[in-house]
Design a protein around this ligand. Structure first.
Ligand SMILES: [Zn+2]
Length: 58
């Protein structure tokens, strides 16, 4: 894992997988947990389904 990712995780970011049911866009991102509650798709602005990966959970 890259040092930058480690730093983000240490700062409280979580690794997430998002998927947009409306247009089918999906991907991974690092996000602050507080920012996950109201995420929308960058392409179509519809709400996206976000799953937090817990493999780095402490
Ligand atoms: Zn979309």
């Amino acid at each position: 894992m890259a040092d930058a990712t480690q730093s983000l995780l240490a700062a409280g970011f979580v690794e997430t997988v998002f998927h947009c049911p409306a247009c089918g866009v999906s991907g991974m991102s690092l996000s602050r947990p507080a920012a996950l509650l109201d995420r929308t798709c960058a392409d179509c602005n519809e709400p996206v389904v976000t799953t937090v990966l817990d493999r780095f959970a402490r």
